[in-house]
Design a protein around this ligand. Sequence first.
Ligand code: PMP
Ligand code: GLU
Length: 396
Amino acid sequence: MQLSQKYSAISPSPTLTIDAKFKSMKAEGIDVVGFGAGEPDFDTPAHIKAAAIEAIENGVTKYTPASGTLELKKAICDKLLRENGLSYKPSEIVVSNGAKHSLTNVFGAILNPGDEVIIPAPFWVSYPEMVKLADGVPCTLETKEENDFKFTAEELEAAITPKTKALVLNSPSNPTGMVYTRAELEKIAEVILKHDMFVVSDEIYEHLIYEGERLSIASLSEEMKERTIIVNGLSKTFAMTGWRIGYTASPEPIAKLMSSVQSHATSNPNSIAQAASVAALNGGIDFVCEMKAEYKKRRDFMVARINSIPGLSCRKPCGAFYVMMNMKALIGKKCGDEVIDSAAKFAELFLDKALVAVVPGEGFMADGYVRWSYATNMENIKKGLDRLETFVKTLS
Ligand code: PMP
Ligand code: GLU
């Protein structure tokens, strides 16, 4: 019997595939070092865990409203006002099972069959697949390394067609770590307003900016706020990847559609994780600042080491916790009998021969690059880069 053509056209997440391979090698006792999935290596802060335990003990173990508790929506509104200067009502917030789920809801709510979504590349692996799941058409807007992997307002405008419905904006970006400046966002906003389209603004790395300003495009003007759907979550800011809480802030008609679908598809996100998220959002960002200082040290070390190895290079990313390593000069080299003809081949051999897991660029639409996540401790980073240096020396 023929299964769904739509689902059959979706490829599995390469980041999660690499991570699963790394974890299974580790479970077998192999001395492998992982730089695959971007997942904070820090533990969830104690006060957040305590709030979850308290929630369990107090019987916060029942269904909540499908789009999230009023308490959590209010905490999200407070956060948006305090940190982003944005005023939202609880009815404009939808809480979901992680930002991934929020993004899936968003594309479902705004797209009709054939609508195009502009996705600047290199992009996070899941965006195009999510657009396809919503019957939309992902359209890549290529950026260049020499422009810090950023697109300009002019390039955006040239990519717009009569079918364009939305732009995906992810600043700081996964995988490049680049951060758009206020001036750049202002120009992009002008194009968005001129062409009356949406911006899906994925702000999940907003607190991990080492150089630059934290700024939501929605905060540039009331008109831009009307055109923006903010996607965010607790995973990266509070080291809460497993708790699965994400949210959107959008005009109310969009929030209504997403809530309605969510009420059939998943019902509420976990009640205990929601209670813990209230404690996280209301508990200050000291923890995030400590985590950020550590990430910055790791970034500086990783960037310097990669750039010291002949044949390899990388830009210094201003945010998130990823480095895109340019390995184009290694294409054509041999590892034993095998030729490195792509980033995918490099990553495969690097894992098999040197026991280091990195994500090849192909899934990010970045041939010739490999993504390293530095959300792992310094000891692992040193070990991984030592292995990189040795591995590259063995190539002929
Ligand atoms: N957006 C980006 C850019 C990400 O890197 C991630 C990480 N997986 C997500 C969204 C989704 O995060 P989560 O579902 O854990 O909230
Ligand atoms: N966002 C992280 C990454 O890109 C986690 C894995 C995923 O959800 O794709 O590695």
